[in-house]
Each structure stands twice: as structure tokens, then as C-alpha cells.
Ligand binder design. Structure first.
Ligand code: FAD
Length: 286
């Protein structure tokens, strides 16, 4: 059985590894970008997802590339605690909660797919534009290519898995009336920077309210020679807080300080104004 997966993101790559582990051998992943590069910032891999990675023999490598979080706490904008709970193995779970850089996580999965399914299992520069179900079974997958003057192409699949992200072409073919994803108007700024460890070093801190919110957690628990760890931060602003004349797509990124209201927030030993501009380099995560 020939299985084609559209999209070499986290979902598509884990699907390929799981199908291979189930004994299916003809699995091919098609990725739109010509070269897979480690984009993004932090992602939290929850215990139920770590269980799947453990089944694939990959949980340890992901844990080594990231950090285990043991606590989640919510605070108001003054830093006063509203809620706190243990996470992962610190609660009653058998598996940890892992914070890891999305790009590093994806690279690790790409390596595992090429190692187990073969060096040609992932084809880049192959954007799925749609598919046509065939009368006799299976489907014809339609492809477009960016580099050179390669013409559009097509290939046969018995099964097509759509793992092609937010603007999925597979989904659009199935549900053409749905249209583009709708925005709720929230703007999120995010980054990875070096900072002193906070709240014991394994905590995810959420601060703010329905207008402004900050989420901060460590990405690599081991401090460097200066005692600093890599920290992921994300700041969100609800649509209600935006200047109505401002086009969010044209808004400049924050420079040395956080945007708007959150710049002077503190929460115990976590100071938000310490974070931006600290220089978070990806190499330190590898
Ligand atoms: C570049 C990037 C950076 C991200 N950064 C973060 C982050 O920092 N923090 C976070 O929490 N989440 C981030 N996300 C989202 C997060 O990775 C996903 O929400 C989550 O991992 C679910 O993964 P997914 O495989 O469903 O989708 P995605 O991770 O979005 O992967 C979809 C993949 O499909 C490819 N693709 C898209 N259209 C086609 C097509 N037509 N044909 C073939 N391939 C196609 C994309 O290039 C991508 O590689 C990011 C996603 C992307 C694409």
C-alpha cells in the first residue's frame, strides 16, 4: 500500500514514523519548502504526546534537546499567583511534559524518518495543491514545484494523509466551502532568549488577563557558563487592545523591549524586561 503524507511538520513526520512502526513500508512525505530549516520558537510536548514519542523510541532524544517542565502557574499582571499545578511526572503522569524548540524537534524527526524509512522518504519542494479520487480506488495527488522550471506533476497514492498545516490544501480540496482560517484578531510576539533561571528552573509561567498575556518557560534547563538558560517567551494582545487604525501585519516587531503593557511586569524572580534582546542562539540547543 502506497501512503503519501502531505507536510513534513511535526504531525506528518510522526505519522510517517508511526506507520513505519506499524509495518507499512511504502510511505513518502511531501514537503512544500525546498529546504527544511529549524524555524519557530518553543513548543510544549504534553505527556500524552511524549507517550507516543516513547513508543517510537524518541522521547529521550527530545528530552535531551529540551527541558522537562514540572510546574505550571497562572498570575495576574501584578505577579500575584492565581493557580499553580504540578505537570508531567511531577503530577500523576507516567510521562514528562517537555519544552523544546520546534525547529530542533522537527530536525530530530526528519533525521529519524530518513534513518528508518530511507534517505528519499521525504521529498522537498513538492507542494500538494489538491487531489483527485480515482474510480478504481486510491487517489491522484497533484503537485507544484518552486525551483527551476519543473512543471506541475502528479503521483498515485492508495492513501493520502493531510498534515499540511493551517492552510491545508488537502483540507481545502475536501471542504472547499470552508474558506481561509478566520483570525480572532489576537497578535502574538514570541522569541527565544537567554535569561537567569526563574521559579526553580522548570516552571511555565502565564501572566496577565484577557487583554495582555505573557507565557514564559525554559527551553534548555542546563545553565551556560554565565549561569543563563534559554527561555521561550510569547506575549499576546487581544484584538480589543489594538489601535483600530493599526494593520497588525504592518506592525514593527518589538526591539529591545516587550510591546505595550507587559514590559514592566515581574513575577517573583522573573522580570519580563530582562528577556528581549538577550540573544537566543539555536546552536546552543543542539
Ligand atoms: C515554520 C513554522 C514555525 C512554527 N513555530 C511554532 C512555534 O514556535 N511554537 C508553536 O507552538 N507552534 C509553532 N508552529 C506550529 C506547530 O508546529 C504546529 O501547530 C504543530 O506542531 C502541529 O503540526 P503540524 O504538523 O500539524 O503543522 P505544521 O507544523 O504547521 O507543519 C505543516 C508542514 O506542512 C508543510 N506544508 C504546508 N502546506 C503544504 C502543502 N500544500 N504541501 C506540502 N507541504 C505543505 C509546511 O511547510 C510544514 O512543514 C510552527 C509551524 C511552522 C510551519
Amino acid at each position: 500500500m502506497k501512503i503519501v503524507i502531505a507536510g513534513a511538520g511535526i504531525g506528518g513526520l510522526v505519522a510517517a514514523l508511526s506507520l513505519h512502526a506499524a509495518g507499512l513500508r511504502d510511505v513518502r512525505v511531501l514537503e512544500a519548502v525546498p529546504r527544511i530549516r529549524p524555524f519557530g520558537a518553543g513548543v510544549n510536548v504534553q505527556p500524552n504526546a511524549v507517550r507516543e514519542l516513547a513508543g517510537l523510541g524518541l522521547a529521550e532524544s527530545v528530552a535531551d534537546a529540551g527541558t522537562e517542565l514540572t510546574e505550571l502557574s497562572y498570575h495576574n499582571h501584578l505577579g500575584q499567583r492565581i493557580w499553580q499545578e504540578p505537570r508531567g511526572r511531577a503530577s500523576e503522569c507516567d510521562w514528562p511534559q517537555l519544552a523544546v524548540h520546534r525547529g530542533v524537534f522537527q530536525s530530530l524527526l526528519v533525521d529519524a524518518v530518513r534513518d528508518r524509512l530511507g534517505p528519499d522518504a521525504i521529498t522537498t519542494d513538492a507542494r500538494v495543491t489538491g487531489f483527485t479520487p480515482l474510480d478504481g480506488g486510491g487517489t491522484e495527488v497533484l503537485l507544484a514545484h518552486r525551483s527551476g522550471d519543473r512543471p506541475d506533476s502528479r503521483l498515485h497514492a492508495d492513501v493520502l494523509v493531510g498534515a499540511d498545516g493551517l492552510r491545508s490544501a488537502v483540507r481545502r480540496t475536501l471542504y472547499p466551502e470552508e474558506g481561509e482560517p478566520r483570525s480572532n484578531g489576537t497578535t502574538v510576539w514570541r522569541g527565544v532568549n537567554r535569561s537567569t533561571p526563574f521559579h526553580g528552573g522548570r516552571s511555565m509561567v502565564v501572566m496577565g488577563d484577557g487583554r495582555w498575556k505573557a507565557v514564559v518557560y525554559p527551553l534548555a534547563g542546563r545553565p551556560d557558563a554565565d549561569g543563563l538558560v534559554l527561555v521561550n517567551w510569547a506575549v499576546s494582545r487581544a484584538a480589543t487592545q489594538r489601535d483600530p487604525g493599526q494593520d497588525p501585519a504592518q506592525e514593527p516587531p518589538p526591539g529591545d523591549g516587550f510591546p505595550g503593557a507587559v514590559s514592566d511586569w515581574t513575577c517573583g524572580d522573573l522580570r519580563l524586561d530582562d528577556l528581549p534582546g538577550g540573544g537566543g542562539d539555536l546552536d546552543a540547543l543542539r
